[in-house]
Design a binder for this molecule. Structure first.
Ligand SMILES: [Zn+2]
Length: 494
């Protein structure tokens, strides 16, 4: 349903009715993003972009603490670069946007592409190739290592079934790229960065995760292995929330990224790459929001507290705004981000609007509250209303924000555990994927065919081989009953 001026209130579909409609309704009503005229491309609106800016700020700080430097590499990559690593090109070929011309010319009253390029250029779907070509020129000796570079940028992967935030042809992300002298260092870096992602997603986005390693068929094209964090959405589907790849020497050999070691002998570097994208905003929306709209964890919310002044005449307005000024000073002193909704209009419709935008706390203040030296504080998730005295306001706000943050993570964790099952019978597996969905741990052999068949028959893919204890015990493959080295996490996925 589209918002138009005659429709004062547009509806949010309930999750029960239709989960994917609900998701799009929440995005529209919270004013996060919209489709652009180019299918698959998304306009991120200011409120949605503020979320991405917060994500950037926190991750960037964590990256830099660990010796990462930011740089920027070009959008256009020579096609020949992609061809240098066979698995890599095979993995991305189907999604590449290719630039073949460099100008437009008028012909019969129409503009047509002209000036064909000698070598087509690919718009980066990821930047391993162009970055490692540069690394090969930057790295000479063991003293140049480790090299840890990150870039914040956009990439394009042509998307046939686009969906706001979750699958867009163009998306924003960061991609980290490293080069090390030893395999051990690269292995450690791979897992260190995955752990950064886990901490960030759990502590700031309040989304509970499972950490693990991708199977051979799900790993990044060109990697030796891929590690991942997987989250469960409210419909029981999985969302891959960040990945960190051990590239070993695959790219180093293709791009001649080498160095002279202490004995003056040539060695290839060991590499990693890791990325987290605007998809995570899709995960954030689907993890916490409810039928009233968006719900945001306080630590990532662009606005933690909205202040709604209430007045009915100019005198009241004056005294209420004086009081609001005091509240502002106090919230600022406590480092709490806030917005005062000073617009004319009914308080009720303002409450409604900020509720849909997922602001964790709302302060209402009117003439009667001033007399009582207190304000009303309302929580977004439970709708709980409290009268809080002015004296206690900032500590009350601080404690509430902390508590809400914790509650959201606990809810996410509980929901994931309640919808995770260990299964050894394939019929039961199929039944669960048909009805309840959620996560299933089951034994899987190393034969790729079993994995393919399961995906074909149930739509569930392998999400990871979990790092969690107690799941690496051997057993019998759920599909073919042959030996299986460990349990694998299965789910339908976004
Ligand atoms: Zn099998």
């Amino acid at each position: 349903m589209n918002k138009n001026k005659n429709d004062a209130i547009s509806k949010i579909t309930t999750r029960e009715e239709n989960f994917s409609e609900w998701y799009l309704d929440v995005i529209r009503e919270a004013d996060l993003a919209e489709n652009s005229p180019v299918r698959g491309s998304m306009i991120i609106k200011p409120y949605g972009y503020a979320l991405w800016e917060n994500i950037q700020k926190i991750l960037d700080r964590e990256f830099k603490k660990r010796g990462t430097q930011n740089a920027y590499f070009p959008l256009l990559i020579p096609k020949s670069f992609l061809e240098k690593e066979a698995e890599h090109v095979e993995g991305f070929a189907k999604e590449c946007a290719v630039v073949t011309h460099h100008r437009l010319e008028e012909k019969d009253g129409k503009l047509v592409p002209a000036g064909e390029l000698d070598e087509p250029l690919v718009i980066r779907p990821t930047s391993e190739t162009i970055i490692y070509d540069a690394f090969s020129k930057w790295i000479h000796s063991y003293r140049d290592l480790p090299l840890i570079v990150n870039q914040w940028c956009n990439v394009i992967r042509w998307e046939m079934r686009p969906r706001l935030f979750l699958r867009t042809t163009e998306f924003l992300w960061q991609e980290g790229h490293t080069a090390h002298a030893t395999r051990k260092e690269a292995d450690e870096k791979t897992l260190e960065m995955l752990e950064i992602y886990r901490q960030f997603v759990e502590e700031y986005l309040a989304i509970s995760l499972i950490k693990g390693k991708k199977t051979e068929s799900e790993k990044f094209p060109g990697a030796e292995y891929t590690s991942t964090i997987e989250a469960m959405m409210q419909d029981g589907k999985a969302l891959q929330s960040g990945t960190s790849h051990m590239l070993a020497q695959n790219f180093a050999k293709s791009f001649d990224v080498s160095f002279l070691d202490e004995n003056q002998e040539k060695q290839y570097v060991w590499q990693t790459s890791w990325g987290l994208s605007t998809r995570i905003i899709g995960a954030l929306i689907m993890s916490h929001s409810d039928d009233k709209g968006l719900v945001l964890p306080p630590r990532i919310a662009p606005i933690q507290v909205v202040v709604i002044p209430i007045w009915s005449n100019d005198d009241e307005k004056k005294s209420v705004f004086e009081e609001v000024q005091k509240i502002k000073t106090e919230l600022e002193a406590f480092g709490i981000t806030y917005k005062v909704d000073e617009r004319e209009g009914r308080p009720g419709s303002k409450y409604f609007e900020w509720e849909r935008k997922g602001v964790p706390l709302r302060i209402e203040i009117g003439p009667r509250d001033i007399q009582k030296q207190s304000v009303v504080v309302v929580e977004r998730i439970l709708g709980k209303k409290e009268f809080v005295s002015n004296k206690e306001l900032s500590s009350y706000i601080e404690e509430s924000l902390e508590r809400i943050q914790k509650t959201l993570l606990e809810n996410s964790r509980r929901f994931r555990l309640e919808n995770t099952r260990e299964v050894s019978d394939y019929e039961e597996f199929k039944k669960i994927m048909d009805e309840k969905q959620g996560f299933i741990f089951a034994h899987l052999c190393l034969d790729k065919k079993c994995e393919e068949k399961i995906k074909e028959e149930t739509n569930a893919s392998t999400r990871c081989i979990p790092f969690e204890d107690g799941l690496d015990n051997a057993g019998k493959c759920i599909y073919c009953k042959k030996d299986a080295p460990n349990k694998v996490l299965f789910a339908k996925a976004y």
